[in-house]
Write a protein of this length. Structure first.
Length: 388
């Protein structure tokens, strides 16, 4: 009787039986879960972040997500820019009210503020993310809230009206638990209006820091193993890389990619812990430095950090295990220092800036003289060289 076990499925060679009846389970597929809105009417505006609350199906105990992928409705390929699924970290007996609408709208349920832990991310160009055999994203089990929130970034520059969309993210889930719970950590720059890239630059660098003080308190004593990465930039982005520093010594680069398109690009080349552990293990007290290089030769004014595709982002989602408390480790310009800068250029260059006008309006009111450029981006006094 030829029998073998693979992936918890028993295979039996029935050709060796002459007669008789044998009951066998020929296939035991892992569970496929989808998190999707139903027939969203895509707003006829260029940029919309749509939030949709969903409840995961009931699970008998803890499970692990072992793979996820974007599922794009046919005809929406040019509208869906990126998607993320956030777990709502509330008590398991607390109800998160249903919501399906623009994320920037007023009157959203306050409970959505708890939906922050990323368990899946996709954007144009991304393929399925398959987790290593030793790790999975935990879902279900005692104390686990079943509520998640799907965020879909619709990019609709042609203001198409009446388009229905039900794109989302598919999870493949197993009850066969793996050794470690996995997590996702966001690195790079906060995508706020405080971030800016000057015009007419061939290749301009901006850097975000995950500093030693953060990893010292946010990572487990034994460190974490980083096995994959998704890097995200918009239209001006050309290159992204993350450097790894330990005790003042630079280790080999963690991730690097070159691209001319907006994407969540998965970095390849990560190996198993036994092969590559020394270079991809992040210890408490290590630092990660993520740099994005942008080209603004065809832009006559500053490119501002933000959510629209015409704005810019500099993000590296690193996938790792075991899961840690540190979920976001990014940096930005200090608000008061930036307001002091806007006051300075108003006084000395007579630019029509005003701290009350807002960062975006102020950046777009600046004449990019050598003095302004140096004050923001160069030398020990440059605001963007002192990001923390």
């Amino acid at each position: 009787m030829g029998e073998g076990r693979m992936n918890d499925v028993i295979r039996i060679d029935v050709t060796k039986y002459v007669h008789g009846l044998q009951r066998v389970q020929l296939l035991k597929p892992e569970i496929r879960r989808k998190v999707m809105p139903k027939n969203v009417v895509v707003p006829d505006t260029q940029t919309t972040y749509w939030w949709h609350v969903a409840q995961l199906p009931a699970m008998n105990g803890k499970h692990h997500i072992v793979q996820y992928e974007g599922v794009i409705q046919k005809g929406s390929e040019n509208l869906v820019h990126h998607m993320e699924v956030f777990h709502c970290e509330v008590p398991s007996n607390q109800i998160v009210p249903f919501y399906s609408g623009p994320g920037q709208s007023e009157g959203k349920p306050k409970e959505l503020e708890a939906c922050r832990r990323v368990i899946g991310a996709w954007a144009m160009g991304a393929t399925a993310m398959e987790l290593p055999e030793e790790a999975g994203f935990p879902v279900g089990g005692p104390g686990f809230s079943p509520y998640v929130m799907l965020e879909v970034h619709y990019n609709n520059p042609m203001a198409i009206k009446g388009k229905l969309d039900s794109s989302g993210i598919r999870f493949i889930v197993t009850s066969t638990l793996r050794e470690h719970d996995a997590g996702i950590m966001e690195l790079g720059l906060e995508y706020t209006n405080k971030m800016a890239i000057p015009p007419h630059e061939t290749l301009f660098k901006l850097t975000g820091y995950c500093i030693e003080e953060c990893t010292e308190v946010g990572l487990p004593e034994g460190g974490i193993f980083i096995y994959a990465s998704q890097l995200h930039i918009h239209l001006t982005g050309r290159r992204v890389y993350t450097k790894h520093v330990r005790l003042g010594r630079e280790l080999p680069e963690l991730t690097v990619t070159t691209t001319t398109a907006s994407t969540f690009k998965r970095s390849e080349g990560f190996r198993s812990p036994s092969e590559y552990f020394g270079m991809t293990c992040l210890w408490p007290g290590d630092a990660l430095i993520t740099t994005c290089e942008d080209s603004t030769l065809n832009r006559d004014n500053a490119t501002i950090g933000g959510f629209a595709i015409t704005d810019e982002m500099c993000v590296n989602y690193v996938h790792y295990y075991p899961v840690a408390a540190l979920q976001v480790c990014t940096s930005s310009v200090e608000t008061r220092a930036l307001n002091d800068f806007f006051t300075f250029v108003n006084k000395w260059d007579l630019d029509p800036t005003n701290p009350k006008a807002g960062d975006r309006a102020n950046y777009q009111s600046i004449r990019w003289t050598p003095r302004v450029f140096q004050s923001l981006f160069t030398g020990p006094t440059g605001l963007f060289t002192r990001l923390r």
